[in-house]
Ligand binder design. Structure first.
Ligand code: SAM
Length: 233
């Protein structure tokens, strides 16, 4: 049972986690480890590792979301991080979990259904969905963790964010060079770095890079993934 770890450590972070949310995240952890036996979902081997390394890290960025941010897209959610714990902990948010791998999204749907977590689970590639009109500039915020370097990630995520909205990129503490290299790209996609917030979970220093969307992303972005990879901005 990791419910107690989640309750006490989230309180240490200044986050009020309801008993019901902690219970759901406890059950999610069990489902994740069980499914991990036949699917590659996480490197974490124990419930405590999932709780400390992934769930608390996901919850940590809730404090960086402004009150006005209600619709949130998690790009490359994988086994649900950070969006699924955010949705369980803050049900007022309308969270969409997006991943390119259908099998992972199937798992996310199963978890949300079983635990009554109100997140939309969507299979697809970010660069293709962001090029269409339905989801483009339709979210108050985008979040993403462990998907790509920041210059590439910004091209994948920023087109989804409305002008005035926020993109939160979760990065390690040693990301100075990566952040510097991405500044021009972020500007090209219509944004600027507002602040870099440092925090610690599981004794590890981490960063949330907060990027404000100042103007519309030019229609030629995002490019096809092969192009993004070959010529990252
Ligand atoms: N965010 C999760 C986490 O922190 O544990 C998963 C990280 S995993 C290393 C990267 C995920 O991003 C994979 O599940 C992959 O399928 C997804 N992904 C990579 N590129 C993507 C794209 N262009 N569109 C949608 N999902 C993508």
């Amino acid at each position: 049972m990791i419910k107690e770890i989640l309750l006490s450590e989230s309180a240490d972070m200044g986050l009020i986690l309801s008993d019901e949310a902690a219970e759901k995240l406890d059950k999610f952890t069990a489902m994740l480890l069980r499914r991990n036996e036949d699917m590659n979902l996480t490197g974490a081997a124990t419930e405590a590792e999932v709780a400390k390394r992934h769930i608390l890290d996901s919850l940590a960025i809730l404090r960086f979301l402004p009150e006005t941010a209600l619709s949130v897209l998690d790009v490359g959610s994988g086994a649900g991080f950070p969006g699924l714990p955010m949705s369980a902990a803050a049900p007022r948010l309308r969270i969409t979990l997006l991943d390119a791998r259908e099998k992972r999204v199937e798992f996310l749907r199963e978890v949300c259904g079983a635990l009554d977590i109100d997140a939309q689970c969507l299979a697809g590639r970010a660069e293709e969905l962001a090029a269409g009109s339905l989801m483009r500039e339709a979210f108050d915020a985008a979040v993403s963790r462990a998907v790509a370097r920041l210059n590439v990630l910004a091209e994948l995520c920023m087109p989804f964010v409305r002008v005035g909205g926020l993109f939160i990129a979760m990065k390690s503490a040693d990301s100075d060079e990566e952040i510097e290299q991405a500044r021009d790209a972020i500007k090209t996609f219509g944004g600027s770095i507002d602040s870099i917030r440092e925090y610690t979970t599981d004794g590890i220093k981490r960063r949330a890079v907060l990027i404000i969307k100042n103007r519309n992303t030019p229609p030629e972005y995002p490019r096809r993934f092969s192009k993004i990879q070959k010529k990252p901005l």
